[in-house]
Design a protein around this ligand. Structure first.
Ligand code: CAO
Length: 444
């Protein structure tokens, strides 16, 4: 006798469910214990997602509490995650470079303590994970199917087998479909309408570039932070002031000492001189080393010269800072820069090196280019950027043409609080120190 569709569905689901329970039992018979998802907890600073940089464990590994599990990278810093349990790693939910949401499960661990409390939190975590799971991830899809199965069993999704089949064949999750049938039943028309909606979205994307094959790349890590900061900076009226600076002396001085410093493990570029010159100029123009509070319309003038350096890393632009440059020698600045570059190469700059920047510099000349207009990083009020130092003909005081190394410097200042003359005076001071680097060697 043919069963009514509801009963047939329930019977099939029960059969599928039995199957999955059997599979679960056979796995757990190999090793007793409760499998719990380990949720990525809130790491503060408003961070909503992170990129998985490295796994230190793999399925089958035994871990103890506080063992390193993985390293993740937020838009601000990299963080090592440690295990909260003793247990056996069962499943990693992300590959390296995947984006993991705060609140979602990073991995499943079969714990040795299977108390009820843990089981309860496991269920809650599983529920949270189901909300944030991205259907495109195959590993997570299995969980979704199970969750959908549970919804079906609980009678949450009313649907005929035929409609479910259409949904399954088209990779549609029934809980994403707007149900218009009686008592919230999902109809065939609903699934088709959902499919039309998806394909309309795809068409809109295709309209953007009809003849171009390509791939969509999500913003993550440092790039995401760049998005936020640059969007904020859009509201700042930028006053841009540019000049040229002769860098022969600083190049000569650097060349004289760089090899001996290399033997001590220090790589000395021009940058430490530019950083120190900025600090010296800031001593005479303290209002440029400041944070603007837009709401209160106040300027906080800061004692520490925490000079941020725009850095090109495999993860994109990041601006770590060298703290208290006013107290550092050129050599100490070079060591700090070397340390930050090393961390930058590994995309492992800790939060402490990224926060509390009071003033920023960007050296795009390492890559090339003559002029650039830098963009202010609020709440700071000024940023400087250098082009490439190039050998060009110049007149000397006697009127003869001589070869000279010239580099452009551009300052972008927040014109709401800094006027052009203040910026020009500061730039002249900076230029004086760079063109006469012996002055930088006196004092700290
Ligand atoms: N003109 C000519 N040569 C330059 C130069 C310039 N402006 N700046 C640096 N150089 C030279 C250095 O002296 C060094 O020479 P050697 O090969 O002879 O040693 C070489 O270029 C490489 O220097 P470096 O990589 O050590 O760089 P640095 O210390 O001068 O700068 C850093 C460090 C972090 C600023 C740089 O590596 C970097 O990432 N720059 C990109 C910044 C950026 O992305 N700006 C854009 C921001 S807006 O998107």
């Amino acid at each position: 006798m043919a069963l009514p569709w509801r009963l047939l569905t329930a019977a099939r689901l029960a059969e599928r469910s039995r199957g999955s329970i059997c599979r679960f039992l056979s796995t757990s018979m190999l090793r007793p214990g409760k499998v719990v998802p380990f949720q990525l907890s809130d790491i503060g600073e408003g961070i909503r997602d992170v990129t998985v940089k490295e796994w230190f464990v793999k399925p089958g590994d035994q871990v103890s509490q506080f063992d390193k599990i993985c390293e993740v990278q937020s838009d601000k810093a990299s963080v090592e995650i440690t295990s909260p349990y003793d247990g056996l790693v069962k499943v990693l939910h992300y590959n390296v470079d995947d984006v993991a949401m705060v609140g979602a499960a990073l991995l499943d661990i079969e714990i040795e303590d299977d108390s009820k409390d843990v089981a309860k939190s496991s269920e809650k975590i599983q529920g949270d994970r189901d909300q944030v799971i991205d259907g495109s991830n195959k590993k997570k899809k299995k969980n979704e199917e199970e969750s959908e199965l549970q919804d079906n069993l609980a009678g949450k999704i009313l649907v005929t087998p035929a409609v479910r089949r259409i949904a399954m064949e088209n990779n549609v999750r029934l809980k994403d479909v707007t149900a218009t049938g009686k008592d919230g039943r999902v109809l065939k028309e609903d699934v088709l309408a959902h499919l039309r909606k998806i394909s309309a979205t795809a068409e809109v994307q295709a309209e953007v570039s009809p003849n171009v094959m390509g791939r969509i790349v999500g913003l993550k890590g440092y790039s995401k932070h760049m998005w936020k900061t640059m969007t904020r900076s859009l509201s700042i009226p930028h006053f841009v002031y540019s000049d040229e600076c002769q860098v022969d002396r600083v190049i000569q001085y650097r060349n004289e000492v760089k090899d001996s410093l290399k033997d001590e493990g220090v790589s000395l570029s021009l940058m430490p001189f530019f950083v120190k010159a900025a600090s010296r100029a800031l001593e005479r123009c303290p209002e440029l080393n400041a944070w603007l509070n837009e709401e209160e319309q106040t300027l906080r003038i800061l004692d520490s010269h925490n000079i941020g350096i725009a850095m090109d890393t495999p993860e994109g632009l990041v601006v770590p800072n060298i703290k208290n440059v006013q107290n550092l020698s050129i050599l100490a600045i070079a060591r700090e820069l070397n340390r930050l570059q090393e961390l930058g190469r590994k995309s492992a700059i800790p939060l402490g090196d990224l926060t509390d920047t009071t003033f920023s510099l960007s050296n795009i000349g390492v890559v090339g280019g003559t002029y650039t207009k830098p963009v202010i990083l609020p709440p700071q009020v000024i940023i400087g950027a250098f082009g490439r130092a190039q050998k060009v003909p110049r007149f000397n005081d006697a009127g003869n043409v001589i070869p000279a190394y010239v580099m452009s410097i551009s300052w972008a200042a927040d014109h709401r609080v800094l006027d052009g003359v203040t910026v020009a005076r500061f730039s002249n001071l900076w230029k004086h120190y760079v063109e006469n680097p012996m002055h930088l060697l006196i004092g700290s």
